[in-house]
Design a protein around this ligand. Structure first.
Ligand code: CUA
Length: 357
């Protein structure tokens, strides 16, 4: 019987002990197969080193410093671990009796001086790196982009601010930033503590009720990334993510300009149904009479990558499911269910929302 198996993400077939034994190479099994057999355990670790949400695959300046610090510590730790394991084997095999003076020297150098020097060097390196990981903006006050993000239960209110601090426009569950420009995030929360974290761009920062915490980040590579909430904030803590689009400066300017013009809608029947069912009590859509502020702003909703803050792909079927029963998808979401509406009406509203550009 052929015992070939695929080893998860590695896709490398390994042979079982039995089948190798049948082929008469039993003795070499341990040496040849063990490293390969251990691969499935390490592959998931390596896979998590890249991707849209990996602090070890940086796309921003602050995240690059964090990754450098991590790899420096990892390599340093690995070297010391190997040295200690080497000494362990040496001590186990060579049964040499050391003089009292020699043993004392070993304890002094290996047990006191060496760890003190290494730990002091690592501490000095980390302290030196700290201002780079959490920089305060030092340029002219008027020259920096400011975005206010508020952690809601369980979604993200995103407001683009003008230089005078007033709100230019609002969106939700999506943060767009220009590449190569420092952005100051003003982080708030009305009720519980959340934590704003875009792993590929930098460290996290708590959003605390009554406070305005500032975090500055700078994207260095354009792309689409994922941000998450990093502080337990309730039943749907794990279901509040957001999309981060790092755009080339000119594309970003064009998008900003377009968003500041009321977009309106061509689907007047869809809008009429949206208003008739009272969706505008909570939601706003620029260029229409919908001006609710309790829930996410739905302007250009069709362009967003997800429904329910990173929970579902943005397709009509998922929008309809969420309208029908938000709590089934996102426990303790504050949006009421609309399962009393006929399916045709829910589908019509979903189609209207998906069509918003
Ligand atoms: Cu918001 Cu966890």
């Amino acid at each position: 019987m052929d015992d070939d198996r695929l080893t998860g993400p590695c896709r490398r077939p390994i042979r079982s002990k039995r089948s190798l034994g049948q082929q008469g190479i039993k003795g070499s099994y341990c040496r040849s197969v063990r490293p390969i057999a251990s691969a499935p355990f390490f592959c998931p670790l390596l896979v998590s080193c890249s991707g849209i949400q990996s602090a070890l695959d940086p796309a921003g300046r602050e995240a690059a410093h964090v990754a450098t610090l991590f790899f420096t510590m990892l390599i340093g730790g690995a070297v010391i671990w190997l040295a200690v394991v080497g000494l362990l084997f040496y001590a186990a095999r060579k049964r040499r009796v050391h003089s009292e003076k020699g043993a004392g020297q070993l304890i002094l150098w290996g047990g006191a001086i060496f760890p003190t020097v290494v730990l002091a060097a690592l501490l000095a390196y980390a302290v030196w790196l700290m201002p780079n990981i959490r920089p305060w903006f030092q340029g002219e006050a008027g020259s920096v982009r400011r975005i206010e993000v508020t952690g809601e239960q369980f979604w993200w209110r995103v407001r683009y601010l003008r230089q005078d601090g007033t709100v230019a426009f609002e969106t939700a569950n999506e943060v767009r930033i220009p590449v190569g420009e420092r952005v100051i995030f003003s982080l708030k929360s009305p009720d519980v503590i959340h934590s704003f974290w875009i792993p590929v761009l930098g460290g996290k920062m708590d959003m605390i009720p009554g406070r305005d915490n500032q975090l500055t980040l700078m994207a260095e590579k354009s792309g689409t990334y994922r941000g998450v909430c990093a502080e337990f904030c309730g039943s749907s803590h794990a279901l509040m993510a957001f999309t981060v689009l790092a755009m080339e400066a000119q594309d970003f300017e064009n998008w900003m300009a377009a968003r500041q013009v009321a977009s309106g809608t061509e689907d007047m029947d869809g809008l009429a149904l949206f208003l008739k069912q009272g969706c505008d009590g909570c939601h706003a859509i620029s260029g229409t009479e919908a001006r609710g502020t309790i829930g996410p702003d739905l302007t250009a909703f069709g362009e967003r990558g997800s429904v329910a803050a990173g929970t579902l792909e943005n397709v009509e079927e998922h929008i309809a499911r969420f309208i029908r029963d938000p709590g089934a998808i996102k426990p303790e979401a504050r949006m009421p269910h609309f399962s009393m509406l006929p399916d045709a009406e829910i589908d019509r509203i979903a189609a209207y929302l998906k069509g918003l550009r």
